[in-house]
Design a protein around this ligand. Structure first.
Ligand code: M6R
Length: 613
């Protein structure tokens, strides 16, 4: 949600900040802006729309200067327009601020500031924070750092901010609480960004700010960190593992397509060093110290949002089936506002691609307060969630830039499969021949995904037939029910077609009323324990003239005879079907969205990482 980039050093700041904003555009893209200190003034350029609009607009203006801040916005307070776009200037024009997050008490602060003579141009909470900082500096004659520190003690909510001053082009101040911020350390230059993607091409040395920390970055005295309660901290410098190529489209038309096609590799990377066929074992290094607790857990509670929540439901089936531990799967946003019962012996598993989702972070904090052990499944190394959990496993899917999650989902399911196998083996809940069979099958999943990807042309053809649908239904049973949910989410978020996912047998309890000859119904009808039942559900759809697009096991003839289209996937163990059945769903959504002229990588109203409630 909103992307922040800042630069201070000897190079021109504008092109670096602009390029950084393009890399961060997946976080929010309704407007953007950059402020540069050109030694005389703070030159401010802001534009509604994509960063490309800002780039075009900036051609006519002076953008020189060696310190600058930029922002790409996902609107919370105030419509996406030029005025509400960041940066925001102080009333006296001496400071410029970019902000990601929400200042919850902004309305009261604004009222008080107005009563003391402040005038506001925008509807944003950010401008209120800027004026508050300005007032403290002016009234108390304190430094920018101290002004920021005192102001942050007065605000409630979440923030990542960077602020520059007109009168000092040797310094910038950054701070965070519940919104990520990374400082990159180069030679005589520094970068600040919401994540490492804009930084990696300049330096591998980074410091992740912690909640409640303020960084004072000065070309004279380097990086200094203190807390908002005024305690000095020593910066902890880490080395980035991220590769620049992973952030490029690599010849594909969209990041989403690239990421779908990366899945054979990303699933393999996720299993690497963890699945060992030779000695028939699974090892998850990141949870080793908590292994006993997890294996003996009385209950597992999975918390997540969106696609990660769907992976959680697949996890519920896997963990109950293979490890025989009761599992509850919760939307993080609901979990945090209930009064959840957490007993001794419960382990909370939180799943998040970005590792920054505000609702998931809050759910973890609540579970921690109540004494639960927290296991994290995250994709982004060094993210807030990965640092907050007691133990965990990275998914190693590589950067996922497309807003619609694809390879992160299959990697999350892969980790959950490994976890279920590991616990099941330790507890003795999986007979060893079944354990070996699943392990062997899991190892062959990347090849099978590769095979499914070869159906892309056929899927493109089917997409063309259904691209104009207004509604769609996705059906699956058992472990494939969450695959149906995920299929429906993918379609609606990028093509704006209304889609619902249902357990196939639930259809007759309501959604069947929607079916007519216009309605495509995507069904996962692979040869597994519920195959015959699903075939009956397909018959029910056909009796009402619905159009059935079925995902079937290679060689299937029964469904082929009744469905309008079938997409074949290779046979695998029942518990591994989601890993391959998901692929055609992703491709169908992708092609339909492209055919409808939608921006698949940056769908309307969405953002990649949802760092606000
Ligand atoms: O980064 P997270 O996995 O925590 O994000 C959770 C959801 O916001 C995310 O999965 C969202 O639903 C995606 N747009 C789905 O494609």
């Amino acid at each position: 949600m909103c992307g922040i980039v800042a630069y201070i050093g000897e190079q021109e700041a504008f092109p670096i900040v602009l390029k950084g904003l393009k890399r961060l555009e997946y976080r929010g893209y309704d407007s953007s802006g950059i402020a540069v200190n050109n030694n005389l003034n703070l030159n401010l350029l802001k534009k509604q729309g994509k960063v490309a609009e800002l780039e075009k607009y900036a051609e006519e203006f002076d953008t020189s200067g060696t310190v600058g801040i930029g922002h790409t916005r996902w609107a919370t307070h105030g419509a996406p327009n030029d005025v509400n776009a960041h940066p925001h200037l102080s009333g006296n024009g001496k400071f410029a601020l970019v902000h990601n997050g929400i200042i919850e008490n902004y309305a009261i602060l604004k009222k008080e500031l107005i009563s003391r003579g402040h005038e506001f141009k925008s509807e944003t909470d950010t401008e209120v924070l800027m004026h508050l900082i300005e007032e403290i500096i002016e009234k108390q004659n304190v430094s920018l750092l101290e002004g920021v520190r005192q102001a942050l003690n007065e605000v409630h909510g979440a923030y990542a901010i960077v602020i520059i001053s007109k009168e000092n082009n040797q310094e910038l101040i950054a701070a965070r609480k519940s919104s990520p911020l990374v400082v990159g350390i180069g030679k005589d230059e520094f970068f600040v960004a919401s994540d490492a993607t804009p930084i990696v091409e300049y330096t591998k040395n980074v410091v992740y700010l912690e909640d409640g920390e303020i960084a004072c970055i000065s070309l004279d005295s380097g990086l200094k960190i203190k807390t908002i309660s005024n305690v000095e901290k020593t910066p902890y410098i880490q080395e980035l593992e991220l590769q620049l190529e992973a952030l490029e489209k690599g010849g594909y038309e969209h990041f989403m397509l690239k990421e779908i096609f990366e899945q054979p590799r990303s699933i393999m990377d996720c299993m690497r060093g963890r699945l060992n066929l030779k000695n028939s074992s699974v090892a998850l290094g990141g949870i080793k110290d908590y292994e006993e607790k997890i294996v003996n857990a009385k209950r597992l509670i999975i918390v997540a949002c969106g696609t990660s929540w769907h992976a959680g439901i697949v996890g519920e089936y896997l963990l109950e089936e293979l490890a025989r531990i009761p599992v509850e799967v919760e939307y993080a946003s609901e979990f945090r506002y209930r009064n959840p019962i957490i007993n001794e012996g419960d382990v909370v598993i939180c799943i998040s691609q970005s590792g920054e989702t505000a609702d998931t972070l809050a759910a973890i904090s609540l579970a921690k307060e109540r004494g639960a052990t927290i296991l994290g499944i995250c994709n982004v190394v060094g993210s807030s969630i990965s640092r907050l959990t007691d133990c965990g496993s990275y998914t190693h899917a590589g950067p996922e830039i497309g807003v619609a999650s694809t390879k992160a989902f299959t990697a999350q399911v892969t980790v959950l499969t490994l976890l279920a196998l590991m616990i099941g083996k330790k507890k003795g809940t999986i007979p060893s021949n079944r354990f070996n069979r699943i392990l062997f099958e899991l190892n062959s999943i990347p090849e099978k995904v590769e095979e499914v990807l070869k159906s892309d042309k056929q899927i493109n053809f089917i997409s063309d037939i259904y691209k104009d649908a207004s509604n769609a239904l996705y059906l699956g049973r058992g472990i494939n029910f969450p695959v149906a949910l995920e299929g429906a989410l993918k379609l609606k978020e990028i093509s704006y077609i209304h889609a619902e996912g249902y357990p196939a047998a639930e259809m007759k309890h309501g959604p069947i009323a929607l079916i007519d000859e216009e309605m495509p119904i995507f069904v996962i009808a692979t040869k597994d324990a519920s195959y015959e039942k699903v075939v009956s559900n397909i018959q029910e759809v056909k009796a009402r003239k619905g159009k059935v697009i079925a995902i079937v096991t290679k060689g299937d003839t029964e469904v082929k005879a009744i469905a309008d289209h079938v997409i074949e996937i290779p046979h695998t163990d029942d518990v591994l079907v989601p890993l391959i059945a998901t692929i055609p769903m992703q491709l169908l959504s992708y092609h339909i969205a492209v055919m409808r002229g939608c921006n698949v990588d940056q769908p309307r109203n969405l953002a990649k990482s949802v760092t606000v409630e």
